[in-house]
Design a protein around this ligand. Structure first.
Ligand SMILES: Nc1ncnc2c1ncn2[C@@H]1O[C@H](COP(=O)(O)OP(=O)(O)OP(=O)(O)O)[C@@H](O)[C@H]1O
Ligand SMILES: [Mg+2]
Length: 236
């Protein structure tokens, strides 16, 4: 059980720069406009290998180097050819069409771009994680594989979601980093506290202390350290 209180982290991320060669799962939770996309965008843009932003609402802004992926989603990441014997990476931007009959399937196929080829590191940014699992129990095969086995596929994933209780518990349970922006419903905070093994009453108090500091403050749970950080807003 955790005994210490949240560490104050006034500038930048804890752990210095994250090691991008270590696959990880990141989830950011919070109500509309709380800052979760700003957080994941920053991690996504600094990820140096192949990556795909799966954009369901057109707000991803995956970076100036992003290339639109149009047409059917391929079975594996369409890697750029090596140049002068050196690996060239790509940043793909996939805009799924919510009006399509195959929408949920399309999203799951796009997750596969982060898995295959298996030996190549890649990142997937799944903004609005709830779109990928219409109910907590209904997860597509690629998403399930990612959540269960991301390390074997060298896959990093960034998830945004408004409410952890509405998606599969696997998302939180498998997260190496959990960013907690404003979550007004106590059930959501409770779910996070239980999953990370933090006393629920203290977690509620840490949340209120953090959000009381001002807009876009958040808590960051680092699973490997078993540590909760109180984070000042990231510079935009
Ligand atoms: N660290 C920050 N400092 C200053 N402004 C911020 C910060 N984070 C977010 N904002 C502001 O809040 C707006 C909304 O943030 P963001 O897009 O990250 O919200 P969100 O949680 O992803 O919301 P949604 O559920 O609508 O996608 C941003 O456009 C930005 O103007
Ligand atoms: Mg967002």
């Amino acid at each position: 059980m955790v005994t210490s209180s949240a560490h104050e982290q006034d500038q930048g991320m804890p752990l210095g720069d994250l090691d991008p060669s270590r696959p990880m799962i990141v989830s950011a939770w919070g109500r509309k406009g709380s800052g979760k996309s700003v957080f994941n965008r920053r991690l996504y843009q600094s990820y140096p290998f192949d990556k795909v932003a799966i954009d369901v609402n057109g707000n991803a802004e995956p970076g100036d180097d992003a290339e639109q992926l149009t047409g059917p989603v391929p079975d594996a990441f369409p890697a750029a050819p090596a140049r002068n014997g050196r690996r060239v990476t790509r940043n793909l931007h996939y805009r799924a069409d919510p009006g399509s009959d195959t929408y949920v399937d399309d999203l799951d196929r796009a997750v596969g771009l982060g898995l295959y080829p298996q030996d190549r590191p890649a990142a997937v940014w799944a903004g609005e994680v709830g779109e990928f699992m219409p109910t907590a129990a209904k997860i597509g095969p690629h998403m399930r594989r990612l959540l269960m086995q991301n390390r074997h596929y060298r896959t990093t994933a960034f998830f945004d979601g408004p409410r952890p209780v509405n998606v599969s518990p696997l998302v939180l349970a498998q997260s190496d980093l959990v960013a907690v922006f404003q979550l007004p419903n106590p059930d959501d905070r409770e779910r996070i506290a239980k999953t990370i093994g933090y006393p629920a009453d203290r977690f509620h108090a840490e949340c209120h202390e953090t959000w009381g500091r001002g807009p876009h403050w958040f808590l960051l749970w680092v699973t490997a350290e078993n540590q909760l950080y109180r984070m000042a807003p990231l510079p935009v």
